[in-house]
Design a protein around this ligand. Structure first.
Ligand SMILES: [Zn+2]
Length: 99
C-alpha cells in the first residue's frame, strides 16, 4: 500500500533545490548532465530511496534529477543500493554456513 505524498510548499521546494545544489552541484544525480548547459532538462526533486519506503521529504534522501532519469527510476530502489543490499545479504559468511 502506498503512502500518500504530503504536499510540498513552494518555499520548502525552493529550499531543497538550493540546499541540494550547494551539496551536489548543478547536475543530475544520476546521469551527471549539467542543468545550466541544458536548460531543456528540467530539474526535479527525487527521493533517492523511493517515497513508498521512506515517506518523508528529508534532505538526506533527496537528490536533483532530470525528468528523464527521474521517470526512468520511477518508484524503484536505485541499483547501487540494490547491489549493496544483495551483496550484504548473500555474502557466504552471513548464511551461518561458512566452513
Ligand atoms: Zn539525468
Amino acid at each position: 500500500m502506498s503512502v500518500p505524498r504530503e504536499e510540498l510548499a513552494p518555499e520548502r521546494r525552493d529550499f531543497f533545490h538550493c540546499a541540494i545544489q550547494n551539496r551536489d552541484g548543478q547536475r543530475c544525480f544520476y546521469c551527471h548532465r549539467h542543468f545550466r548547459r541544458r536548460p531543456m532538462r528540467r530539474k526535479t526533486l527525487d527521493h533517492y530511496i523511493p517515497h513508498r519506503y521512506w515517506p518523508a521529504w528529508e534532505l538526506d534522501n533527496l537528490v536533483l534529477a532530470c525528468e528523464r532519469c527521474n521517470s526512468a527510476k520511477g518508484d524503484n530502489l536505485p541499483w547501487p543500493l540494490v547491489w549493496l543490499l544483495l551483496n550484504t545479504f548473500f555474502r557466504r559468511d552471513n548464511w551461518g554456513l561458512a566452513a
